[in-house]
Design a protein around this ligand. Structure first.
Ligand code: NAP
Length: 434
């Protein structure tokens, strides 16, 4: 019998793990799968992007973790594609290479003042409250007014975390330092700014409703009037979004302690401030603006206008994605690159929920399995030895299990299910070969 085909999956986030699961389901016994990640922890955005108070989505990790129980699946952490291993080395060592690296950068507004202290990306903010080891601290001292630019689900997440009573977050897996910062914060107003109308917003209705239902917040609306929107002309989810906003305005909270200000048909024209952001000049974007705009006070601006893919050296990249046909990587001129595949955000762009990766992964996995029918077998390089010779020792599944257990222990002391370990040195202390 032929040796199993060797597949490398680059990125152990939901897209990568759903692909591993789909490969196992489609051709399990004939495959040996190595799943690489630059972190010693699997689950990518499930661990470091899904909000800590969305525990039910996070529980998908339990299902995804099952792929590691299969006999020919390995987890190789602390190996970064492009730094520790090149795509060329991967191609030489595997029959198929699947890029599942996501979109790790964020878009920029390109307006004056964007780089003022106090102006940050929502991506950084999410990484911080999720306990990502690369996240920078996000001090909230002195922040009373926060402006969130963009009206997608990430904007909704960061607005909710800022507006929620920190006591309601204390059962989550947030690192202690994050909870302490949120507890001492005095945020009073969060402005959520959309450049189009509520009927065009990218957020999904359950997420919007959850934000609007945050206990003890008042909601205001500027720039749009739900009563003047033709609901019949809208798709179901847009109609539900507009209705949710109208309902929140119709039933104001009693005794609000914080405020959510929804602003539509406006875009930030400039961030204002001397040495620190102090305000945002919002200008109207509608077809016939009647005025020049207005300034909202802001001690913190979170840019939440979408993620952006980062190219891998030597792998085609166009418009934030790896060009591909149903997951098969293509050269920029559209010709084939046999043996290379893309999945998840780097395949289809930074849109979609965690579950969207399941179908996407099944499509890419089907291409991998189909191509094995005719891809000739060739001698493969021994990447394990190459890495060892260069002093690179990947972390293992056992290391992750140790981190996992330590986080559960940390949580138990505090009466929580888990408390994230956010410091690199603590994570590396738990990695056996450090
Ligand atoms: P997104 O859904 O693409 O939303 C981006 C927002 O930024 C849109 O409102 C967009 O407005 C706006 N925007 C883009 N460029 C802008 C500019 N130059 N100036 C002003 N506004 C600008 O992206 P996301 O919020 O980063 O979310 C990424 C994906 O993850 C989405 O599919 C989202 O649903 C998913 N996600 C899901 C959850 C959840 O289920 N709870 C949580 C987080 C993220 P336009 O529409 O006008 O372009």
């Amino acid at each position: 019998m032929d040796a199993p085909r060797r597949v490398a999956i680059i990125g152990a986030g939901p897209a990568g793990l759903f692909t591993a699961a789909a490969l196992l389901a489609q051709a399990g016994d004939d495959l040996a799968i190595d799943i690489f990640d630059r972190l010693p922890t699997p689950f990518g955005l499930l661990r470091y992007g899904v909000a800590p108070d969305h525990a039910s989505i996070k529980s998908v990790a339990t299902t995804l973790a099952r792929v590691f129980e299969a006999p020919h699946v390995r987890f190789l952490g602390l190996v970064e594609c492009g730094r520790d291993v090149t795509p060329t080395q991967l191609r030489d060592a595997y029959d198929a290479v699947v890029y599942a690296v996501g979109a790790s950068d964020d878009r920029h507004l390109g307006i004056p003042g964007e780089d003022l202290p106090g102006s940050r990306s929502a991506r950084q903010f999410v990484a911080w409250y999720s306990g990502h080891p690369d996240a920078e601290p996000q001090p909230l001292a002195g922040v009373r007014n926060a402006v969130v630019v963009g009206v997608g689900n990430v904007a909704v997440d960061v607005a909710r975390i800022l507006l929620k009573d920190p006591a309601d977050l204390s059962a989550t897996d947030m690192p202690d330092a994050v909870l302490a910062e949120l507890r001492s914060a005095q945020v009073e107003h969060v402005w959520l700014v959309g450049r189009r109308g509520p009927e065009h917003a990218a957020f999904t209705t359950p997420e919007l409703r959850e934000l609007l239902d945050t206990p003890r917040i008042g909601v205001t609306l500027t720039g749009a009037d739900p009563a003047s929107i033709d609901l019949d002309a809208l798709e179901r989810h847009a109609r539900a979004n507009v209705a949710a906003i109208a309902a929140a305005l119709a039933e104001p909270a009693i005794d609000p302690v914080r405020w959510l200000h929804l602003v539509f048909w406006h875009r930030p024209a400039e961030l204002l401030g001397l040495g620190q952001v102090q305000g945002v000049l919002l200008e109207p974007t509608g077809p016939r603006p009647a005025y020049g705009g207005f300034v909202v006070p802001a001690d913190l601006v979170l840019r939440s206008i979408g993620y952006r893919g980062v190219p891998l050296p030597g792998v085609p990249f166009d418009n934030g994605r790896i060009p591909n046909l149903e997951g098969r990587v293509l050269e920029l001129d559209g010709s084939a690159r046999p043996g290379e595949y893309a999945v998840g955000w780097v395949k289809r762009g930074p849109v979609g929920l965690i579950g969207s990766n399941k179908k996407d992964a099944a499509e890419t996995a089907a291409c991998v399995v189909e191509d094995f029918e005719f891809l000739p077998r060739r001698p493969l390089a021994d990447l394990d030895s190459e890495l060892a010779a260069r002093g690179i020792r990947p972390s293992t599944l056992a290391d992750w299990r140790r981190i996992d257990a330590a986080e559960i222990d940390r949580g138990a002391i505090r009466g929580r299910e888990r408390t994230k370990i956010e410091a690199w040195h603590d994570l590396l202390d738990l990695v056996g070969n450090s």
